[in-house]
Write a protein that binds this ligand. Sequence first.
Ligand code: HEM
Length: 401
Amino acid sequence: MSTTEDHDLKHRFAEYSSTTSTPDEAFALFEEARGRCPVPHTETGGGFYLVLDYEDAKAVHADAERFSNVPGIMRPVADRPQLPPLEYDAPEHKHWRSLFTEAANPQTPARIEGAVRADVARLIDAFASTGSCDLVEEFAVPIPLYALCHMLGLETARAAEFRRLAEAFIEGFNDVEKGPIAIGALMEYGNMLVAERQANPREDYLTWLGTAEFDGRPVGPMEIGLVMVGLLVAGHDTSVSGLTSCLYEVLSRPDIKQQLLDDPSLIPAAVDEALRLHPPFIGFFRRATEAVNLGGTQIPADASLQIVWAAANRDPKVFEDPEEVRLDRKPGRNRHLTFGFGAHACVGQPTARMEMRIALEEILRRLPDIHLVDPDSVKYEFLGSEAQAITKLAARFTPES
Ligand code: HEM
């Protein structure tokens, strides 16, 4: 590669931002940098380094002392409360994380799988006789919302009020005026739910949260409110986007779909491949607490870095045929970083994987000829805060009689 070409690449990275590119453009730029410039720098968003190489990305995740989550994992750093547990370092991180692992842990899928399967069946019932649907709005959006209700112990009949608050919250996330109001409303809602359980205890997470301890003292309204916000930020849109990607990858590839119809035990492998190729957030940020050399680039103390899971997950040094959906990449051995790694690794990953598996199992069983109306026109969009998703996925099928 000539010096002029390297200079041109650096120049394009200097101007790179997810607010001005499409995911396709961003992925193409990351690929160009592969092996040439593993830790490029952009001047946008206050200036940050992009960690593209898989081993570098994993090393940043593994070293929570040199790569801090404070003041935040999104850029620019907004005037809002730090989101627990993601935006805390040790030792506070441990106290916060323990409030979340009670709701989402390796036992959660077994506890709520039956309820999730019933939700999925009900959602399919609602459109099965029509012959068409939008798989995002009518399927992928409600499934994780109901699953969150089951995790908390909230009746799904109340999912609509939860969803209204969640939508206002997501809409206002980057808005200086609407944002704090929406966060406040959600925190208040969480406290109201816990107060209901304090009056009428049940065997559920909301009841537990009202009696939990935080760093050796009873949990307070601020912590309860922020747990509600944290669960929603971490668990809802991520799962909607992940589930949509699973549906898109399977339904746009007839060979893969046929293999799953013939052998549903391959569904978990397909889920992990869709997540590998399309992380719902392309990457979150860290702050270097000291000067450090990463992939040959000298990073100064206090610099911002984005761990770009989207690029690391297609690193050919780790994934053979990285652009392909390969069902022989077994779930347990698929080393993608879509759920993070290390101290902050996703506590909801077993539950998210279960939701996607059930959704695929049921839709392929009930509507085996389901297909996308126009797969070639489907596009990923950046939705702010490094989130990427497909927002509409029209499908047709033979109506159920
Ligand atoms: C496809 C769905 C999901 C994806 C792709 C995803 C992805 C991630 C990633 C990448 C992280 C680590 C971020 C970092 O290190 O900067 C994370 C953390 C977290 N996730 Fe998920 N997540 C998903 C679903 C869920 C669900 C369903 C829940 C629970 C309801 C959840 C709860 C959390 C929590 C609480 C953390 C913070 C852990 C900590 O800071 O210690 N996630 N998630």
